[in-house]
Design a protein around this ligand. Structure first.
Ligand code: C5P
Length: 303
C-alpha cells in the first residue's frame, strides 16, 4: 500500500471457523467465561467489499439476515477504527454472505476481522498484527482469531491466541439446521456439572502436532453441547447421521447449531454432503482454509 496514493476500494475473503475442541474453565468477574478452545479456519467464506466515499459508514448485503445498522459487527469494527484514527471520508461496506448466520461459525466476527484488515490497508494505517488483534478483541471474542487465521489454541475470552502448526488438511461436511442459537443464551445456561467428560486439550494438541487424524477425530469435544443438545435434539440427530454416513467423528461448532462431520475420505464426504443436502439446504462440503488469516494473509485486491 502506497501512502501517497491509497486505493479507493478493496475486496476481501472472510473465512468461517470451527471449534475442534471447546472447554469452559470457569466464569469470570466480567461475566464472560474463561475458555480453552482450538479454532480452525475453513474454506467457507464471505466476500467483503470496502469502498471509500459517500458519507458515513454504510453496510449493505445480499442477505436479509445481515443487520445493516450498528448491530453489525463489521459496522462496529469500522466505527472503532474511524474514531480511533480520526478517519475522514465515508465507507461503504458490502457483505456477500455465504456463511450461515447465528450458526457457531463466527460469520459476523470474520466480517469484522476483514473490515479491520481492509481499513488498515485502504487508509495506509500500517498497523502491526498485534494492534489489529487488540482492536478485534474489542469487537468480539472470536474476532482476533479471525484476523490471525489458521489454527490456534485460544484462551481467555477467546482472544489470547497461540498459533498451532499448520497440521493436516481436514475435510468436513457442515450441516446447519434451520434455526439460530444465541451464544449469550448458551453460555448463560452452561453448567459444568452437566459435562460428562471435558476435552483433553493436551491430547488433542499432541494428535494435531503428529497429524494423527484418527486421534484428532477422537479428541474433538465441545462442552457447549451439554446445553445445545438437550435444548435441540435435532443437533444430536445430525451428529448421528453424519457418523452413519462415514464421518470419523461429528461435533457441534461453538455454541451451535452447526454440526461438523470430520471425514478421512473425500469421496465419502462428497456422498455424505449430497445426502445431507437433501434434508438441510445449509449443508457444505469444506476443507481447511490453508491461506492464513483474512484474505489469505495477502493484501486485499485494491481498485
Ligand atoms: O464476545 P461475543 O460478543 O462474541 O460474545 C457473545 C456472548 O457470548 C457474550 O455476550 C457472552 O454472554 C458470551 N460469551 C461468554 N464467554 C466467552 C465468550 C462469549 O460468556 N468467552
Amino acid at each position: 500500500m502506497n501512502l501517497a496514493s491509497p486505493a479507493s476500494a478493496c475486496m476481501l475473503e472472510a473465512p468461517a471457523k470451527v471449534n475442534l475442541t471447546l472447554n469452559v474453565l470457569g466464569k469470570r468477574d466480567d461475566g464472560y467465561h474463561e475458555l480453552e478452545t482450538v479454532m480452525h479456519q475453513i474454506g467457507l467464506t464471505d466476500k467483503i467489499s470496502l469502498k471509500r466515499g459517500g458519507s458515513g459508514i454504510r453496510v449493505g448485503s445480499n442477505s436479509p439476515l445481515v443487520p445493516q445498522d450498528e448491530e453489525n459487527l463489521a459496522y462496529q469494527a469500522a466505527r472503532l477504527m474511524y474514531d480511533k484514527f480520526a478517519l475522514q471520508a465515508g465507507l461503504q461496506i458490502y457483505i456477500e454472505k455465504n456463511i450461515p448466520v447465528g450458526a457457531g461459525l463466527a460469520g459476523g466476527s470474520t466480517d469484522a476481522a476483514a473490515v479491520i484488515t481492509g481499513i488498515n490497508d485502504l487508509f495506509g494505517l500500517q498497523l502491526e498484527l498485534n494492534a489489529m488483534l487488540e482492536l478485534g478483541a474489542r469487537i468480539g471474542s472470536d474476532v482476533s482469531f479471525c484476523i490471525m487465521g489458521g489454527t490456534a489454541l485460544a484462551r481467555g475470552r477467546g482472544e489470547i491466541l497461540s498459533p498451532l502448526a499448520e497440521g493436516p488438511e481436514l475435510t468436513f461436511v457442515l450441516v446447519k439446521p434451520d434455526f439460530q442459537i444465541s451464544t449469550r443464551a448458551v453460555y448463560q445456561m452452561f453448567r459444568r456439572e452437566n459435562v460428562a467428560s471435558p476435552p483433553d486439550t493436551a491430547a488433542f494438541l499432541a494428535a494435531w502436532n503428529n497429524c494423527d487424524m484418527i486421534s484428532i477425530a477422537r479428541k474433538m469435544n465441545n462442552v457447549l453441547e451439554s446445553v445445545s443438545l438437550s435444548e435441540h435434539p435435532e443437533i444430536m440427530a445430525i451428529k448421528h447421521q453424519l457418523v452413519e454416513l462415514g464421518a470419523e467423528n461429528a461435533l457441534m461448532s461453538g455454541s451451535g447449531p452447526t454440526v461438523l462431520g470430520l471425514f478421512l475420505s473425500r469421496r465419502q464426504a462428497q456422498q455424505a454432503f449430497l445426502q445431507m443436502q437433501r434434508e438441510y439446504k445449509e449443508s457444505f462440503l469444506v476443507f481447511s482454509y490453508r491461506k492464513g488469516g483474512v484474505n489469505g494473509g495477502k493484501a486485499p485486491h485494491s481498485g
